[in-house]
Design a protein around this ligand. Structure first.
Ligand code: SF4
Length: 398
């Protein structure tokens, strides 16, 4: 829907914090969700000091709450010195927008890194812009272990392309496809990173005040596509269908292990267990569906994480998420996470309909794709309960 924005976005980052009821909130946007052991140690330590778990977001980022005094600057400084290329400068800028990538494929890693490197430092890219890099080639890069290089680990149906990103580039066997706002444009090119960057350039040239591709009017959309035609070729055959909104595949798959921290919360004992596994060669990716993918997970990884995260594909925690709610958000009408945990424990919620519970109409953290948003309503509202349900990316259910 066309929309005119009257102010710049205020997305939090490592340096630009959001002032929440429980202190400063900082967000760290790892490229493609790739998180080093030192970064996880810093994030989990800072979160624990503030009395909270470190949180996964719907864009494969990490969020730390309750940062008091100088601890927010200390965290940003420490993250920057750990990986100078991850944060740009001390003037409040880190990676300007989120770059997500297929978490199981090594083939996307250099593409995501190239895109992020080219964008770093740009002030014309809105923080709300979402870029996705997906591997849908027949032979995909998998484990880094020499004995299993290029194992096919991602399904042909895709994964991050289902997140409705503004710009999605899908790596195919013979080049790359471009999706805008989750829909195939029919434009193809050989170089996936160059294709993604050309799409970002065309968007920034024609966006006006819009933050997202879906906010462009018809004329701006047409101009955006026209700007790309010289640098692309038309697709042959059927359009590419986006992947599922929730491509979670919990449990082990070869040397890859996907786990689900309940409500996207990684507490200190869980972080310690993950760090142990990373000390034995595993590498970590945060996903936009609020799971963690461990590549090259060592033997015994499932047992080490037992009781800390969900690893059973039939877990009722799959597909449910919540905003932070009360008491940590002053706008919330209720303790959303406690309510949702009770609902999951009762056996009436989870495992079927994908849903996101929120404490007010702002619906923070709503994941991409079709999802039921379960929204707390004031007591005086004429509904039959404490919550009402709205289906996002689809029709209102009542
Ligand atoms: S949706 Fe509302 S209650 Fe939940 S975190 Fe956002 S502002 Fe707070």
């Amino acid at each position: 829907m066309p929309r005119t924005r009257s102010r710049p976005d205020a997305c939090p980052g490592a340096w630009r914090r959001h002032d929440a009821a429980d202190g400063a909130l900082a967000r760290f946007r790892p490229v493609g969700g790739a998180t080093t052991a030192d970064e996880l140690r810093l994030l989990a330590g800072a979160a624990a000091a503030g009395g909270s778990p470190v949180e996964l977001t719907s864009r494969g980022s990490w969020q730390v709450r309750g940062l008091a005094g100088s601890t927010a600057d200390d965290l940003a400084d420490a993250l920057r010195s750990e990986r100078p290329d991850a944060l740009v400068d001390a003037q409040g800028r880190d990676v300007p927008c989120s770059v997500i990538a297929s978490p199981r494929s090594t083939r996307v890693d250099p593409v995501a890194a190239e895109v992020a490197a080219a964008l770093r430092g740009r002030t014309d890219v809105p923080g709300r812009l979402l870029i996705a890099i997906e591997d849908r080639s027949a032979v995909r890069g998998g484990s880094a272990r020499p004995d299993s290089v290029r194992v096919p680990l991602t399904r042909a149906v895709g994964d991050v392309s289902g997140q409705g990103a503004d710009v999605t580039v899908v790596l195919l066997d013979d080049g790359a496809a471009l999706l805008l706002d989750g829909v195939d444009t029919g434009l193809r090119a050989d170089d996936p990173a160059a294709l993604a960057l050309a799409a970002v350039d065309a968007f920034t040239a024609h966006r006006g005040s819009a933050w997202r591709v879906r906010e462009l009017d018809d004329a701006a959309r047409t101009a955006l596509l026209d700007a790309l035609r010289d640098r692309t070729t038309p697709a042959v055959g059927n359009p590419l269908e986006p992947g599922p909104a929730d491509p979670t595949r919990l449990g082990p798959d070869g040397t890859t292990l996907e786990v689900l921290p309940r409500l996207g919360e990684v507490d200190l004992p869980t972080a310690v267990a993950l760090l142990e596994l990373m000390g034995h060669g595993a590498t970590l990716r945060a996903t936009p569906w609020r799971t963690l993918v461990l590549r090259d997970a060592p033997d015994g990884a499932v047992e080490r994480l037992a009781g800390l995260v969900e690893t059973d594909p039939a877990s009722r925690w799959r597909g449910v998420s919540a905003c932070v709610g009360a008491p940590r958000c002053r706008k919330s009408l209720t303790d959303v996470r406690a309510d949702l945990a009770a609902a999951v424990a009762s056996g009436h919620v989870g495992g079927t309909v994908r849903q996101h519970w929120v404490g007010c109409g702002r619906a923070c953290g709503t994941p991409g794709g079709r999802v039921a948003v379960v929204e707390a309503v004031p007591p005086e509202t004429e509904t039959s309960g404490t919550y009402r349900t709205v289906v996002r990316s689809g029709k209102v259910s009542g």
